[in-house]
Design a binder for this molecule. Structure first.
Ligand SMILES: Cc1ncc(COP(=O)(O)O)c(C=O)c1O
Length: 290
């Protein structure tokens, strides 16, 4: 069939959003009726609280995208022009884009063929080499690719040995665990995405997770145009319009309630592909870590 005559129903979506009745009827309606149609409100606070609890971190800041969360995490760590930041070769462009927003340069470290995740041995080698040259990176952004965590036991030890802060890009991995700990709980700060193709969606959205209250507060401050606590409009630093709206936070809360069901659905889809395509030459599937 010529591409031009193909209807949209022929398309197999990478990951269609799974949005149910609860999002529509309960929480979204409540958000409308409460009058909080703004980038703040009770659903934003509750979504942050519920996500922090689910992931097992102390604080969360709800933001307009995962990319915004990456940008703020880097900015809070003080990453700036002239800095270099290590990250993975195998990720979505947003991970590297956020590094360039700070004027820093992404330096790509390869993944392990066996796991598809950032290679901990290469991370350690690169940090040793850079320490010898007196040119340590300002940060390391790990990536939890396709729903699995990077190898944090080894990566965090290597980074800690050189005092390099770690940001966990868990945009694709909400619902995954590594040695019993949830994706989003590793590193100094972690980032989630609620884009349309992610584990849960708010159409667009993201979150910054951290155990440090001051960093979560700073993320909220920078995400609301860095407005100083003054009775008039006063800004002493550059901020961004990065906060998640109350309406979308209501959708996120309903989505989070069915996270485990969504993880189960992804596993079934994965198994179906593996059963159907696994014997074909040239096709391999991402191995699942124990
Ligand atoms: C690994 C990774 N990091 C960051 C992002 C960016 O998230 P967002 O689209 O919410 O900005 C995505 C996906 O979009 C991603 O897959």
């Amino acid at each position: 069939m010529a591409p031009s005559s193909r209807s949209s129903t022929d398309r197999i979506h990478l990951s269609a959003p799974d949005v149910g009745a609860e999002e529509r009827t309960l929480l979204l309606l409540d958000a409308f009726e409460s009058g909080w149609i703004a980038p703040l409100g009770p659903h934003v606070d509750a979504f942050e609280h519920e996500m922090a609890q689910r992931v097992g971190v102390a604080h969360a800041a709800a933001l307009s995208s995962g990319t915004a969360a990456l940008h703020l995490a880097l900015r809070i760590l003080g990453v700036g022009p002239g800095d270099e930041v290590l990250t993975s070769t195998l990720t979505f462009a947003a991970t590297a884009n956020a590094i360039t927003y700070c004027g820093a340069t992404p330096v790509f470290v390869d993944v392990d063929r066996a796991t598809w995740q950032l290679d901990p041995a290469l991370v350690a080698d690169e940090l040793h080499r850079r320490a010898d040259r007196g040119r340590l990176p300002a940060a390391l952004v790990t990536v939890d690719l396709y729903g699995q965590c990077a190898d944090y036991d080894r990566i965090l030890v290597a980074a800690a040995a050189f005092d390099v802060p770690v940001i966990e890009d868990a945009a694709e991995a909400l619902g995954a665990t590594y040695r019993g700990r949830a994706a989003g709980s590793f590193g100094a700060m972690a980032v989630l995405s609620f884009n349309g193709n992610k584990m849960i969606t708010t159409s667009g959205g993201g979150m910054l997770l951290t155990d440090r209250a001051d960093w979560a507060d700073q993320a909220r401050f920078l995400a609301t145009q860095a407005r100083d606590p003054a009775p008039h409009y006063q800004h002493s630093t550059i901020g961004y319009n990065y906060r998640l709206s109350n309406l979308l936070a209501a959708v996120g809360r309903a989505q989070l309630r069915s996270l485990d069901t969504k993880v189960g659905a992804r596993r079934r889809i994965f198994e179906r592909y593996r059963a159907g395509l696994g014997d074909l030459d040239g096709i391999t599937f991402m191995p699942e870590a124990a």
